[in-house]
Design a protein around this ligand. Sequence first.
Ligand code: PLP
Length: 392
Amino acid sequence: MIKSTSPCLGIFTNKPAFTVPLHVGISLVEPELKLAFMQKLETVFEDNYFTNNGPLVQKLEDEVAVIHGYKYGIAVCNATVGLLLVLKVSDLKNEVILPSFTSPATVHAVLWQGLKPVFCDIDPKNLMLSSKDVERLLNPEVSAILGVDIFGNLSPIDELVTLAQGRPVIIDAAHSFACKKESKHKPAIEVLSFHATKIFSTFEGGMILTDDEDVMRELRYMRNYGFQDYDDIKTLGINAKLNEVSAAMGLASLDFMEERIEKLRRTRELYIEYLSPIEGLHVIDINQGTTSNYHYFSFLVDKDKFGIDRNLLLKVLRGENIMAKRYFYPGCHKMKLHKPFYRDLPNTDLVSEKVICLPTGLPYPEMDVAKICKILQLCSEHGRKISEWDRV
Ligand SMILES: Cc1ncc(COP(=O)(O)O)c(C=O)c1O
């Protein structure tokens, strides 16, 4: 259990290494982006069109669908509701296989649809669904596989589609804006998150991606209370619309993505370089052939080699205003609400006990990464002292 962070403030210097807290997944807002957003916002007010499938939402849908190689994008108010709609439109029954190593949002979307989540283990190397465990879990009750792309890695889609034998493979792609990998198959549907903590943000928001025209049409009705025309309800709907102000932010952000991703790629490179001499820290790889967005930098802490365990490291880092995160901890299968669906998931347990994510949206990557890694090195060198101090 992590205790209060206050006693460990600045354990090496008596004051935190960073005066302003550095968060994981902070919204990246370049000064020029603010200006570009304000200009787009002007057009929202000029058009006097704020929501209900407005022109900016439509433009954003077209542009994001192209980036991801899909025919259709359906903008929604957030990824959680997007997942709900996707599970509903897919007309699923009984069981859905999904990882436990994910946000509770993925699991709750399944539960909201009255479906049974079947927790599957992950591959500890890349944190994606383990194809072997999927194979073990498949049975006639399973109506879909819901994979989750984690930390800029992509789900093993070819393996999942082959294993699924005609069942839809749906991907929670909340983390994988602009990530790409050559593959033979495509998911039936993907759902992106545009939450403020994601690499591409519309403050709150998300997008469903599909090539299926009927599914696209149905989803458009569903996100708008089920209306297919004035006074004409076609299907059970909800309000899941993205507004024009959010779409303006999305469109303005698109112009900054290439540069942003390059900056994050460089930050990852720096982390890897500085961490390589430190024993006991195992960086989670990006799969070969994947073009990542590099938004997350995560590694596993091996206490015996590093000197202190993940939780104590987290405590020290937070004391230095490096707001590293246990992401995801605990696995969803260990949460009280999900107890009825518990399964033994050794890899998920191992990873969630050891994983830590460091901030990447750094103001001064070269300097900040060096400073963060120096603290990690000191933790490793003074492991015993830090543990003693923590026991006091
Ligand atoms: C893997 C995953 N899926 C779904 C979500 C939910 O996204 P949203 O906040 O857009 O509803 C998150 C949010 O962090 C997430 O990390």
